[in-house]
Write a protein that binds this ligand. Structure first.
Ligand SMILES: NC(=O)c1ccc[n+]([C@@H]2O[C@H](COP(=O)([O-])OP(=O)(O)OC[C@H]3O[C@@H](n4cnc5c(N)ncnc54)[C@H](O)[C@@H]3O)[C@@H](O)[C@H]2O)c1
Length: 293
């Protein structure tokens, strides 16, 4: 039986604890803010296969895999990874969204057992996990994590080389930069942009991916479109004006009830239900890809 330790029980750590307990793994969690899990809010946390440890050492000392899910702060991550690695002989996977394994690995005692496993929010729902080995990661550690995730119905995708932000967040950031530039230029409203993606682009991407869509449309066409449009796309290094304005006013989206849209728990629950339906539709695995070989 694989035992999993989760350090950091915030948004992602709690979702990961729920995911792994639902798959009958024994899960131990630790958070420096001990009130991380309120059982009435997270009824699954009362399951017999989940426990909260009193210390980080207790959480990780004899687990097979530890997932580090503390705040995205380099100093905090370095300190926590260093402490984890001095108490476990198992594999350590960081859920960082941005830091490359080679940046974090020097804090870990045995870097060959360390890699990035980047889950997505909500982790119970999104099958994708980007697997990013660092230059020192042993192939056996990568294979063990990939097998573990596949065995529990997740969809690990192995990157060939590390880079900041990995692949998914770079793609999301590229789309968001252009979307925000279009909003700031008054060309389309946020709702029109989201509508264009939902009713046209996203289903095509789900079935074929952006590169597959180019293949289907004809590479000669996309060669011309790229030559014409690439020089006109936003290449700003600044977050958009409206994003900055909303953020400075404390309008942070769903968590504060207002962002580009108004939010309440009911409409957000509907959005999550829609996402769940779409994920259940599933997509065919891509043939020949390392994640399905
Ligand atoms: N939220 C997302 O959408 C998302 C998606 C993918 C990856 N991630 C990554 O997952 C990680 C966690 O993100 P989150 O959104 O869950 O953050 P969060 O702020 O919700 O949770 C972080 C938790 O870490 C705990 N923590 C901080 N210092 C600690 C320490 N020294 N020891 C133990 N616990 C400590 C905090 O108390 C908090 O509960 C980050 O690296 C983030 O980039 C987040």
């Amino acid at each position: 039986m694989t035992v999993v330790g989760i350090v950091g029980l915030g948004t992602m750590g709690l979702a990961l604890a729920q995911l792994f307990t639902s798959q009958n793994f024994d899960v131990r969690g630790f958070d420096s803010r001990r009130d991380g899990v309120a059982p009435e809010e997270h009824p699954w946390s009362l399951q017999h296969n989940f426990s909260i440890s009193a210390s980080l050492a207790d959480c990780v000392h004899d687990v097979d895999v530890t997932i580090e899910a503390v705040a995205e702060d380099l100093d905090v991550k370095r300190a926590v990874l260093s402490e984890i690695s001095s108490h476990t002989a198992g594999i350590i996977a960081s859920n960082t969204s941005t830091f490359m394994p080679s940046v974090l690995a020097p804090s870990v005692r045995v870097p060959d057992r360390f890699l990035v496993a980047h889950f997505f929010n909500p982790a119970q729902l999104v099958p994708l996990v980007e697997i990013v080995p660092g230059p020192s990661t042993a192939a056996s550690a990568t294979a063990k994590i990939v097998d573990l995730l596949r065995g529990m119905g997740r969809h690990p995708v192995l990157l060939q080389k590390e880079c900041p932000g990995f692949v998914a967040n770079r793609l999301q950031a590229a789309i968001l930069r252009e979307a925000l530039a279009l909003v700031d230029a008054g060309i389309a409203s946020p709702i029109a942009i989201d509508d264009i993606v939902a009713s046209g682009l996203a289903p095509r991407w789900a079935a074929a991916g952006p590169i597959g869509v180019a293949d289907l449309g004809g590479l000669d066409i996309w060669q011309k479109v790229s030559a014409l449009l690439f020089p006109l796309l936003s290449n700003t290094a600044e977050p958009g004006a409206q994003l900055t304005s909303l953020t400075s006013k404390g309008h942070l989206g769903a968590k504060t009830g207002r962002g580009f849209y108004e939010h309440d728990s009911q409409t957000d629950a509907e959005t999550f239900r829609d996402m769940e339906k779409l994920f259940h539709l599933g997509v065919r695995p891509r043939p020949g890809h390392p994640s399905v070989s």
